[in-house]
Design a protein around this ligand. Sequence first.
Ligand code: RET
Length: 276
Amino acid sequence: MTALTPAPAAVALTSDLTQSELFAQIAGNASLSASFWINIALAGVAILLFVYMGRNVSDSRAKLIFVATMMVPLVSISSYTGLVSGLTVGVISVPYPGGGSEDVLIMWGRYLTWALSTPMILIALGLLAGTNLTKLFTAVVMDIGMCITGLAAALTTSSLLLRWFWYLLSCAFFVAVLYVLLVEWPTDAREAGTAEIFSTLKTLTVTLWLGYPIFWALGSEGLAILTTTQTSWAYSLLDVGAKYIFAFLLLRWVVANQNVIGNIAGGSLGSVSSAD
Ligand code: RET
């Protein structure tokens, strides 16, 4: 039983906390915990809803879009379980500009799991736009680059300058993703006959995704204008729109327009539809 009992929440924030102490820190902060639990609950509802919505999908491209989109709440529920259990959070000493440092709770699991969930969002969008393999590959690898360098920014403790250098590198990867989303795929979607829904999802995605680097910069891992709890809520709320609302709008359209999806030629990805 003692192994299951959390350590007292009053333990000070230091970089040598055990997993149970981290768990207790999180459990002791009702608002921070709620920012995690709300996503576990929403991801659970989304998974069940999407399985139900996809019950009659028969077109193979539509099925592939479903699988990619289903992965988003599946990764999310795993990601937030990692955060709430103290497994994927840690305390690091973030250096100050003038020397010295402050111990900050970081949610590094978020960046790690984004490297799995965001490519799924892009694969779903690319399939919807009927893009080719080159552009899909470009968007996905640039996106993974963005997440991993974002993780590096959050974990670097040796130098404040290098933390922000990682941040800039991550932004550079992000610009490539934005280019594909804003310039390449709208043209592809016009040809595929999916321009209208693509445009809605693109606007939702680009707007919400821009919030992540902004809140990183303002948050506890960046300029510390926001507290850890406020930063966590910002990410959690962005997640609600960028994952569940995005996925619902996409899948609802796919179910109703399987004939359009089935007719997408899709450049070098054309075989997706004909391989069945
Ligand atoms: C970081 C910090 C470094 C600079 C940039 C970032 C961008 C993050 C983005 C995250 C999107 C996450 C989503 C998750 C859904 O599961 C890593 C915050 C550019 C765009 C949509």
